[in-house]
Design a protein around this ligand. Sequence first.
Ligand code: MLT
Length: 271
Amino acid sequence: MPTGREVGRYRVGAVGLAAEVRGEGPALLLLHGFPLDRTMWRHQVVALTRWRRIAPDLRGAGASDAPESGYSMAAYADDVAGLLDRLGVARAVVAGLSMGGYVAFELWRRHRDRIMGLVLVDTRSDADGGDARRGRDELAAVARAEGPAGVAERMLPRLLGRSTRRTQPALVEQVREMVGRSSVPGIVGALGAMRDRPDSTALLPAIDVPVLVVVGEEDEVTPPAVARSMVAAVPSAVMATIPGAGHLSPLEAPATVNRVVGEFLETIPGA
Ligand code: MLT
């Protein structure tokens, strides 16, 4: 089993998952967005040293197995619960960005005893409507026809905020490369899982662990208004808006995100 800074492989059910596990202390599980991998949390993995940071590649992403089928929010959530089992972790603070947030809601639905706090980053609780569902199928067709590069071309302008696109060209290229490393089965599987995910809005009023909602002020995918509506629905929630960042705020403005998440983690009872 890995200790310190290592990327390990863990068999969970029928899939092999890759995960970076770093440090000691209470557990912080970092769930990436779509169509990305665990490296989108690299700044938080480096900075949040009081915590045992666990950053997996979800099935289909990064260095994890990418089966042809078997993708759903339930499968992702059961995978990461199984990963916590493999690591001997009973409870974790769960941070999820966008699709990672959808997985965090599903973990809450299926394994809430494993969660001691939630960090919901650039995400939303509602399900896809008709246009969004059709958009998933169209993007899946792009993935099959053009591969991940075609998906990157379509998605990049909305993933990163306008300030980042103007001032951080190297990061734009890093994200393009990250998307480009994605597998077609992983992309198509994730799109189907997001299209068919349940609405989690009804869960919000009953969430009884500390919650931090983080949003980039230039996020066009899950804008600040969406974050505010989640904060209004969760009794314990506090909100942090990240200036100059878009949908990938942990990569775009890492120092600010590390500060607000670090301060929030200090408030977790018993951690
Ligand atoms: C993500 O960043 O995970 C996706 O943009 C989420 C989505 O498309 O709903």
